[in-house]
Write a protein that binds this ligand. Structure first.
Ligand code: MG
Length: 368
């Protein structure tokens, strides 16, 4: 295999409603799409880096530079046997996992197209249907939060995750448990707390949460080890896990009992699969997190979620929860039972809508 051409596009997409976490409030996404031509086949990837380096050190702008100036030169005119080898070819660049994942996943897409099979089957996926949960941003009032949860449950979603931060935590969970005693409920702090806050996090245990996601420092494994000793509720790590080695350390040192795998955060399918395999072997459930993706990234998340270890509902939801109009055909839809049918067509199983993508594009670079 050889990548003949890479086209980078930055598109701007306005969310149907602003999304607020402990780190930031997002209204318009700046998304880099990567279109790879490999031996005549075309594949697409999405870079999930945010507009600012608040979730991770990468941003849309750093990813563009990294793709254009550092990653493309490493891949240009290189021959390789399969998409699984692309990760190693980019090894000279440290970090920049989201930029790497966007190319790597595009090449996996082309390999599936060449082999005329669905990408999820090429990856070794086994599920024909995945279960879907939602992530609900921080709301001004408790009533607003309850209304949002009600709406998502009515749409069929199987688990509710709410974003929390200091001052918007205990009361929120308490109220939801009072109104919805039986739902699958979890919280995500995006690193908003420190180990000293453990008594407050301990109080959350009274509300039988499925897990507490990334309560402490984004790169602080030690504090999570200490916190997990104090809590019965499983800690799920997100931001802390960028590599297979970190996943191994987190499991061996008991920093968490669950891992959220995001394709972008770990650099693509090759590492995501390794982390998945490790977790499966060690009895650690995993699920697929979301990054406010367009349809391209969403399609990749569906493929990833078909692997056997993804036993918990992920953040992969219907296109219309985020976008007035998505950039793929058909759009991603969720059944009234809160599931997504995995597409059976070759590649990612959804067609990029080129006209719509062109309309949303604010910059474009063809690398040959
Ligand atoms: Mg998270």
């Amino acid at each position: 295999m050889r990548i003949e051409e890479l086209t980078l596009r930055e598109i701007r997409m306005k969310l149907v409603a602003p999304f607020e976490t402990s780190m930031e409030r997002t209204e318009v996404r700046r998304i880099i799409l990567v279109e790879a031509k490999v031996d005549g086949a075309t594949g697409w990837g999405e870079c999930v880096a945010g507009e600012s380096p608040f979730y991770s050190p990468e941003s849309t702008d750093t990813a563009w530079i990294s793709l254009q100036d550092y990653l493309w030169p490493l891949l240009k005119s290189r021959e390789f046997g399969s998409a699984a080898e692309v990760w190693d070819l980019m090894g000279h660049v440290r970090g920049h996992n989201m930029a790497k994942a966007s190319i790597e996943s595009a090449v996996w897409h082309t390999e599936a197209v060449q082999k005329e099979m669905p990408l999820w089957k090429l990856l070794g996926g086994t599920r024909e249907e995945i279960t879907s949960g939602v992530s609900i941003g921080i709301k001004e009032s408790l009533d607003e939060l309850v209304a949002a949860v009600k709406k998502e449950l009515a749409a069929g979603y199987q688990r509710i995750k709410i974003k929390i931060k200091p001052g918007k935590d205990l009361q929120q969970v308490q109220r939801l448990r009072q109104d919805f005693p039986r739902i699958k409920l979890m919280v995500d702090a995006n690193s908003a707390y420190t180990l000293e806050d453990w008594p407050l996090l301990k109080q959350l245990e009274g509300f039988y949460l499925m897990m507490i996601e990334q309560p402490l420092g984004w790169d602080d494994l030690y504090s999570h080890i200490e916190l997990q000793k104090k809590l019965d509720t499983p800690i799920c790590l997100d931001e802390c896990i960028h590599t297979e080695e970190q996943a191994r350390a987190a499991i061996e040192l008991r920093a968490c009992k669950i891992i959220n795998i995001k394709l972008g955060r770990v650099g693509g399918y090759t590492v995501a699969k390794r982390i998945h395999d490790l977790c499966l072997q060690r009895g650690i459930p995993v699920w697929c997190g979301g990054m406010l993706e367009s349809g391209i990234g969403r399609a990749h998340n569906i493929a990833l979620s078909t692997l056997a270890g993804f036993t918990l509902p992920g953040d992969v939801t219907a296109s219309k929860r985020y976008w007035e109009e998505d950039i793929i055909e058909p759009e991603v839809t969720v059944s009234p039972q809160g599931t997504i049918r995995v597409p059976q067509g070759p590649g990612i199983g959804f067609e990029p809508r080129l006209e719509r993508i062109d309309k949303l594009t604010v910059r474009k670079e063809r690398l040959t």
